[in-house]
Write a protein that binds this ligand. Structure first.
Ligand SMILES: NC(=O)c1ccc[n+]([C@@H]2O[C@H](COP(=O)([O-])OP(=O)(O)OC[C@H]3O[C@@H](n4cnc5c(N)ncnc54)[C@H](OP(=O)(O)O)[C@@H]3O)[C@@H](O)[C@H]2O)c1
Length: 340
């Protein structure tokens, strides 16, 4: 593979010639953006173009491989080097259908401003008990019993200190909160006063009032907040998840919320999401708890959000075709065992 790491410098390369195969539904806005970022590049759209155009395809631009190329066989694209996804997460990417020599990139940072706003909306909804208090308004009642949580002077811990985390940090500090972070190495990042390495997650949780999970769902992060981690958090803490639901143990969270009425949670990402049918399933009645608030993975559903994400993803594809090293090449061993 001519590039393997996620960051760092590489010697200049010659432009790459070959075809771009696009799986996203063809529409004028997409075609215009592809033409803008990859001018003069031969481009094919959809699975039906594979039999004729597959042999000179060097890059793919996809949303869901399963949906767009249900019968995909990598032998149809023997020169394929690079796959760029429009979505950020790669937890559901079918790595097993691509040779290890093919580099795959998620759209890292592609939705960051919008997900950051959603995270802050959930922090406020939970901190100010907006839903239970709205219910009081509906009933014509004053004198709420649930106290507000203020951001002023509170410690906000952001798990997974990447693009979304940095966008949250910038926006939340002006409320008077201090920002801590957790990443894999513990190396400092702009926006965080203190960074913990992933193996000190419990210490980081203990030190914080508000926790916002923005981590990718990987073999390491799956279920990494369970009963013990929840117990380590302050009884009055607030947990928001805008990354992937399954980084948190669903049963443990429900139990914790039920047993600790002063603990609050706000979730945007869920354990069971079926985007084909538009169905969100939970195994516990979270929405009936007064200390829980949720949004249906809706952080990036505004019209301009897609345009922003499209440009970010195509910018990375343009790097590939210019012969530059694309950003954010995934380490597939984080998602599938090394032998898969
Ligand atoms: N709700 C939505 O609509 C929505 C939209 C977009 C994305 N997302 C989710 O948000 C995630 C983050 O997106 P992003 O654009 O911010 O990506 P990002 O810039 O790659 O941020 C993720 C960060 O997580 C850190 N990380 C990886 N493994 C970790 C671990 N085991 N423990 C702690 N930190 C870890 C990485 O930092 P280091 O490399 O420094 O360790 C990385 O910078 C995506 O993977 C996706 O699941 C949700």
């Amino acid at each position: 593979m001519f590039f393997s790491a996620r960051s760092g410098s590489a010697p200049p390369m010659d432009p790459v010639s070959g075809r771009l195969l696009v799986g996203l539904p063809r529409r004028p806005e997409l075609e215009a953006a592809v033409g803008r970022w990859c001018p003069g590049q031969p481009v094919s759209y959809g699975a039906s173009s594979l039999p004729t155009d597959g042999r000179d395809t060097v890059a793919m631009f996809v949303g869901s491989v399963e949906r767009e190329f249900p019968d995909f066989d990598s032998r149809q694209v023997p020169k394929l080097q690079f796959v760029q996804r429009i979505y950020t997460g790669l937890d559901d990417f079918p790595f097993d259908r691509f040779p290890a020599s093919v580099a795959v990139a998620g759209n890292v940072g592609g939705f960051a401003p919008f997900v950051a706003e959603q995270a802050i909306a959930l922090v406020f909804a939970a901190a100010k008990a907006i839903l239970p208090h709205h219910e009081m308004v509906r009933q014509g009642r004053l004198r709420p019993t649930l106290p507000n949580v203020n951001l002023l002077g509170r410690t906000v811990l952001i798990l997974g200190f990447g693009a979304i985390a940095q966008a949250i940090a910038e926006r939340i500090r002006p409320f008077g909160a201090r920002v801590f972070g957790v990443n894999r190495s513990g190396e400092t990042r702009p926006g965080a006063e203190r960074m913990f390495p992933a193996d000190q997650l419990v210490a980081a949780l203990q030190a914080s009032d508000i926790v916002i999970d923005c981590r990718p769902l990987t073999r390491t992060t799956r279920g990494s907040i369970g009963r013990l981690e929840l117990e380590a958090m302050k009884p009055t803490a607030l947990l928001v998840n805008v990354g992937r639901g399954a980084t948190v143990d669903e049963a443990a969270l429900f139990e914790h919320l039920r047993n600790h009425p002063t603990f609050r949670a706000g979730f945007e990402a869920w354990w069971t999401e079926d985007f084909e049918t538009g169905t969100l399933t939970t195994h516990f009645p979270f929405a009936e708890l007064p200390n829980f608030v949720g949004t249906p993975h809706s952080a990036a559903n505004g019209p301009e959000d897609f345009r922003y994400a499209l440009d970010r993803a195509l910018e990375n594809l343009a790097r590939f075709f210019r012969g530059e090293r694309p950003w954010y090449i995934a380490d597939r061993t984080e998602y599938v065992p090394a032998s898969a």
